[in-house]
Structures are given as C-alpha cells and as structure tokens.
Design a protein. Structure first.
Length: 374
C-alpha cells in the first residue's frame, strides 16, 4: 500500500542533505561549543556560521537570532519576558492563534493580571485590522501577538500593514511565524516586527530545534537560567547538530523557494479542481487564495462520518489531519474553526490537507479515491 503524506503543516520530512549534514557534525564536530579547545572551537564555528546563515535569509543581524528548542519555547519566552521584564500591561491577540501563544497568554493573565484583548476574526479567517487599530487607540503599554500564517486554515496576516499599525501606536509586535519561515520571504529590515519564532521541522529540518528573532535592544530577559550560552539569554549546551541541520534546511528551502512554491501551488489548484469535480458541495474554510501549501475543507458528508474519517483514511495509507497536531487527541472542535463556522458546520467532517514539494498529483488522486470510498 502506497503511503500518502498530506500533513506537512504538522511536520515535514527531513531533506536528505540535512540528514547528511547532521551526521557529519555529530561524527566529526561533536565538541561542546562552550569549550576552549579545538573541538569546542570547531563546534562554536558551526554554531555561529549557522546563526549568520539564518540571519542572512531573514535580512537581520546574526546577534538577533537566538536558538531554542522550537516555536513553543520561543513564544513562551517572548510573551513571559514582555510582561515580567518589559512591564507590558496588555496583550492583544486573536482566538485563532496556536495554543503555544493562547495558553501562555492565559497563564500570564492569571499570574500578572494583565489585560487581554482579542481582535475580531472574519468568517474567512482573516483578521479585522480596523478593530486592531481601535483597540490600540486605548493607550496602554501593549504587545500585539498575531501569527503570520494560520496553521489550520492558511489565512495570511498582512504582515507589513500590522507592523505599520503597531509602529504608529508605539506598540511591540510579536508574530508566530512557524508556518511561514522557510516557505515565504520575510525581510526583517522591511517589516518592523519586534519578535518572530521558527521551528526547523516545519521546513524540512529536524524536530526539537528552532529560533527566535529578538530585535536589538529589546530588553528581553532569559526564561532558562544556568549558563551564559546564547548571549546569556538561553542557558544550556546548544544542540550543534540540530542547529546545523536547521541552517542547512532553511538555506535549501530559500534557494528553492520560487520553484517549490510554484510546484506546490499547482498541486493545490489540482486538489481544488478534483474536489470540485468529485465533491461539488465541498467548502473551503477560509479562502482559495490563502497560503499555498494548505487547504482546510468541509466535506459534503453526514456528521456521523466525522469521528472515523481520519481513521478510515489512515487505514488506506493517507496521512491528513483535522487541525493542529498539538491537539489531535482532543475530541473538541478546532478552536480556530469555532471562530469561523456555525455550530452545525462544526459537526461536519473537515480536513486540513497540507502539501510539500515531495507530494504528487498521484497522492491527490489517491486521496480523492479514498474519500469516495468513505
């Protein structure tokens, strides 16, 4: 049975070149980058070259890239330090953020009694930026936290416009860019965002490693203590092989960005065409023009098909999801779709189909055949 992997918003296959690079570093350059002998210095060189490479792709300074275990840690660090150390009194976010933002915000609200305001979400999953401006007109020391690309619907934030709005109101701007780094251009000189985060496993790198961009002179303080690594902002021996793999994965992703984006966009259009042909009553949650590798749909099936849909597809070798992998064990409806859909629509079977350059039209054909059998 051919296996079809259509859950790339959850995680991606590691590129062979990345695996080779990681094996090389683990085999040859296994020293501790904090050690002063030659093995340590070699590891430190790899670490700093990786930092410079990542910074170059994002058009920022290498000193502004801090390595972490992934987007969840980086989001928690930025949000907590903004409240605790920068004395932020209010966080403005949305109810469709990843739980790596929503849950820390609720904890901070409980611990520090900060004000939390939620920007209105339109029915297509886009953010009401007029409402954001209205919220910011109430002057208070504020951090705005809005994700760049929604991990369930692919809705794209107008990054540049939000950064202008935040600058206009002298407000800090944090964005969870886990779904967009490595898949679209981000120019941190052009866009005045203060903090972004990334996870390597979303752009064909290893799991367990990511980074935060922290704009110079932000004043953020560490979340993890116990060493002077990462300019004193993140204690703990750096995972050099994972960081080298992440740097390699990001470089390859940006070198092939236009070609792979065009290929995946064509695949998504083919997927939509096949759905229109075989399931004419299907609906897209969001817009057809949302992020190019992601499609969230409601299927024209009865609600009793919902609970076993993923199981039946898995039995046929098809890997897809109904939303964020971080809540895949939950029986509750997606918190993202809950903001967009009616109660009746929430009960209907939905799928999040996310593509990569490793997918083919044959994969999509097999998905359609499997859905027809259900």
């Amino acid at each position: 049975m051919k296996k079809v992997y259509l859950d790339n918003a959850s995680t991606t296959a590691i590129r062979p070149e990345v695996i080779e690079e990681m094996i090389r570093v683990m085999t040859v350059d296994f020293g501790n980058p904090s050690s002063t002998h030659s093995s340590g210095r070699n590891a430190k060189t790899i670490l700093e070259l990786s930092r410079k490479s990542i910074a170059k792709h994002l058009n920022c300074s290498a000193q502004e890239i801090i390595f972490a275990s992934g987007g969840t840690e980086a989001n928690n660090w930025i949000l907590r330090s903004a409240v605790k150390d920068l004395k932020i009194e209010r966080i403005i976010t949305t109810r469709i953020e990843h739980h790596a933002v929503l849950h820390p915000v609720l904890v901070l609200q409980s611990e520090y009694n900060i004000q939390v305001d939620y920007v209105t979400v339109n029915n297509d999953g886009s953010i009401d930026l007029t409402h954001l401006s209205n919220l910011l007109s109430d002057e208070k020391k504020t951090l705005v936290s809005l994700m760049h690309v929604n991990n369930e619907t692919g809705a794209i934030l107008d990054f540049d416009r939000v950064s202008v709005i935040c600058k206009q109101y002298d407000t800090l701007f944090h964005s969870d860019t886990v779904q967009s780094v490595g898949k679209t251009e981000i120019d941190l000189q052009k866009t005045s965002v203060d903090f972004i985060v990334a996870s390597a496993h979303k752009f064909h790198g290893p799991k367990g490693v990511g980074f935060a961009f922290i704009r110079k002179n932000s004043g953020l303080q560490p979340l993890i203590f116990g060493g002077e690594q990462e300019k004193g902002l993140r204690a703990g021996t750096e995972a050099v092989h994972q960081i080298a793999g992440m740097s390699k994965a990001l470089s390859i992703s940006y070198e092939n960005l236009n070609e792979e984006r065009e290929y995946i966009t064509d695949l998504k259009l083919y997927l939509i065409n096949q759905l229109e042909t075989h399931f004419p009553d299907f609906r897209i949650n969001g817009k057809k023009e949302d992020f190019y590798n992601l499609l969230n749909i409601i299927l024209p099936f009865s609600s009793d098909k919902t609970s076993m849909l993923l199981f039946n597809l898995d039995m046929k070798g098809i890997a897809v999801s109904r939303g964020s992998a971080c809540q895949s064990g939950s029986i509750k409806p997606s918190h993202v779709l809950k903001e967009m859909l009616s109660e009746n629509d929430l009960k209907l079977p939905n799928l999040r189909i996310s593509l990569s350059h490793y997918n083919t039209k044959e994969d999509i054909d097999l998905l359609i055949v499997s859905l027809k059998m259900i």
